[in-house]
Design a protein around this ligand. Structure first.
Ligand SMILES: [Zn+2]
Length: 233
């Protein structure tokens, strides 16, 4: 039997995965061939059983590898969570930016003048806005119209950009025959007829809430109102 063939078989013989017949052939050959027997001895030595220190080292390496993997996936999970949280926050901020807020009164925000046809013209100089709120109430024997502009952050920014090339009023209201008309937005709000009104005030606030207030509560709120127009006696 050729040494080359035996040497091809040796690894299989060593691992006991060759057939009975092959094993027998190998053993017969080994009995008479020192070279092949020496090679088998080498093969058997090769996968040296790990020393306890080495085994421990291996385990440690493996567990630190696993720890890195764990840390990595924890980091990944954290970054996914952060991305989800970030998106949620962004949506909240955008939603907040889209919610109209009352425009606070400042000097020159609105002008009011009664025209000859007993229509009250109000001009708004506050830049961009979203809508106008208005309600009528009798306060201290006076028929009063309260109004307020509100705007979203978006409307405010758009208004700021627009004001770069357009000057003057950015809103016009007319209060006439029981209606308040916002000619800029085309909105109409039912109010008291102009000839019954005694005064018009600017009151910044949440009008849905203001409408629900009873007389004393409303009167407390109305103390913050700014007089825009008053019928002269
Ligand atoms: Zn041989």
């Amino acid at each position: 039997m050729n040494c080359k063939i035996i040497q091809d078989l040796l690894p299989l013989y060593c691992d006991r995965v060759c057939s009975e017949e092959s094993a027998q052939l190998v053993e017969e050959h080994l009995a008479g061939c020192g070279d092949c027997a020496a090679l088998l001895a080498e093969l058997r030595k090769e996968p040296t059983p790990a020393s306890p220190e080495e085994a421990e080292e291996n385990t440690r390496e493996q567990s630190s590898f696993q720890a890195v993997r764990r840390r990595f996936s924890l980091k990944r999970r954290r970054s996914v969570a952060a991305a989800v949280l970030g998106t949620a926050l962004l949506l909240l901020v955008l939603a907040a930016a889209d919610r109209p807020r009352p425009v606070e009164y400042r000097e020159g925000l609105l002008t009011a003048a009664l025209a000859e046809d007993s229509v009250l013209d109000l001009y708004y100089y506050g830049g961009g806005y979203t809508s106008v709120d208005a309600l009528c109430r009798k306060v201290e024997e006076e028929n009063a119209l309260f109004l307020c502009y509100d705007r979203t952050v978006r409307a405010q920014l758009l208004g700021a950009v627009e004001s770069l090339w357009s000057e003057g009023a950015s809103g016009h209201l007319s209060v006439g025959n029981g209606l308040l008309l916002d000619s800029e937005k085309g909105d109409v709000i039912q109010v008291m007829p102009m000839d019954e009104l005694d005064a018009v005030y600017y009151l910044s606030g949440d009008y849905d809430n203001l409408m629900r207030l009873d007389a004393p509560e409303f009167q407390a709120e109305a103390e913050r109102a700014v007089l825009l127009w008053e019928r002269l006696p």
